[in-house]
Design a binder for this molecule. Structure first.
Ligand code: ZN
Length: 96
């Protein structure tokens, strides 16, 4: 994560939107949004590079409730390009 997400004294992440402690069920917020990273870069990278991009663009952890309120504009299914570029490699099969 590029910026240290806020934590309480016990080391639990704190949601920057509502200030509540997140009990291991938070969702990362990305800047730029993941859909933008995918459409400009991720569609044409290896799985390893995409994981790096995901981690590098994460700026905060939000609780699920706040994400569901705020996240509608960042729908996970709309606006993602469907094609992949020549450098794209699929996710490796699990367990190998
Ligand atoms: Zn919250």
């Amino acid at each position: 994560m590029r910026n240290a997400a806020p934590k309480d004294e016990q080391g639990n992440f704190i949601c920057p939107s509502c200030g509540n402690t997140i009990d291991g069920d938070g969702l990362p917020e990305h800047n730029p949004p993941i859909v933008e990273t995918w459409n400009t870069t991720g569609y044409n990278t290896s799985q390893e590079q995409r994981i790096d991009l995901f981690n590098e663009t994460a700026v905060a952890i939000h609780c699920k409730r706040c994400q569901s309120i705020q996240g509608r504009a960042l729908s996970r299914t709309t606006n993602y390009r469907k094609d992949t570029g020549p450098n794209y490699t699929p996710r490796k099969p699990r367990g190998r």
